[in-house]
Design a protein around this ligand. Structure first.
Ligand code: PEP
Length: 250
């Protein structure tokens, strides 16, 4: 079984000014100096350059929270993958449920964004997950399968190996309700099987859990065999809490 380096990503959403981002990085770096894990910070677009500069030479990588699929053009308010790469961004979160729900992000758009990110040398962190209604109706696996099949339709096996998937059940995001370790493991094992069917070298694919991860529940969640790390929202805003989650990942 190949080793998969745990990945812990901080999704700051629309939090932290540039000055606050700088303070956070300065407080975080000494706390995670010994980690062997892959640590990713996803600030607002405006704070990307600051976080890139402050974390240069350290273990931290930087991701944007969204991008447009075209290289350039008349798309007011949008940012391209090439623009992100130019300022030193390594990765990009795509398909977060808040973007799907509040900003009409569709699976069809994601099917264009994922290959565009890969073509520009960015690592896509693709979010998938079911609503509470879908889970209650026994539709969790059907939702995950449909999202993965559509969002990754135009990605070849070499590209699939570079995609990180984040399983983020919508009912657990920002609600304080966490999937149980068993629920997270089951869904993530299903995602791994689906990636294998899509042609990925699935044993190497990193699949994260996201949804109210905190220092107090991180150890148990990340002890699950298929859970390769976490995408953390609320608890990533505090450097101490985030560092504790990085440490919990082993
Ligand atoms: C997220 O925004 O991806 C997330 C998981 O948020 P929270 O940890 O606050 O639930």
């Amino acid at each position: 079984m190949p080793e998969r380096t745990p990945c812990i990503a901080a999704n700051w959403k629309m939090h932290k000014t540039v000055a606050e981002a700088a303070q956070f990085v300065d407080a975080l770096l000494p706390r995670i100096a010994a980690t062997q894990n892959d640590v990713v910070i996803c600030p607002s677009f405006l704070a990307l350059s600051e976080v890139v500069e402050r974390s240069r030479g350290n273990a931290v990588r930087v991701a944007a929270q969204n991008m447009h699929e075209e290289v350039s053009g008349a798309f007011t308010g949008e940012v391209s993958a090439a623009m992100l790469g130019e300022v030193g961004v390594d990765a990009v979160v795509l398909g977060h449920s808040e973007r799907r729900r509040l900003f009409c992000e569709t699976d069809e758009a994601l099917a264009r964004k994922v290959p565009a990110a890969l073509a520009a040398g960015l690592e896509p962190i693709l979010c998938v997950g079911e609503t509470e209604e879908a889970r209650d109706a026994g539709q969790t696996e059907a939702v995950l399968e449909r999202q993965l099949q559509t969002d990754l339709a135009a990605v070849d096996p070499a590209g699939l190996a570079r995609v990180v998937v984040a399983y983020e059940p919508i009912w657990a995001i920002g609600t304080g309700r966490t999937a149980s370790p068993g629920q997270a493991q089951k869904a993530i094992a299903f995602i791994r099987d689906t990636l294998r069917i899509l042609g990925a070298e699935a044993d190497r694919a990193r699949i994260l859990y996201g949804g109210s991860v905190k220092p107090g529940n991180a150890v148990e969640l990340m002890a699950q065999p298929d859970v390769d790390g976490a995408l953390v929202g609320g608890a990533s805003l505090d450097p101490g809490d985030f560092a504790a989650i990085v440490e919990a990942a082993g």
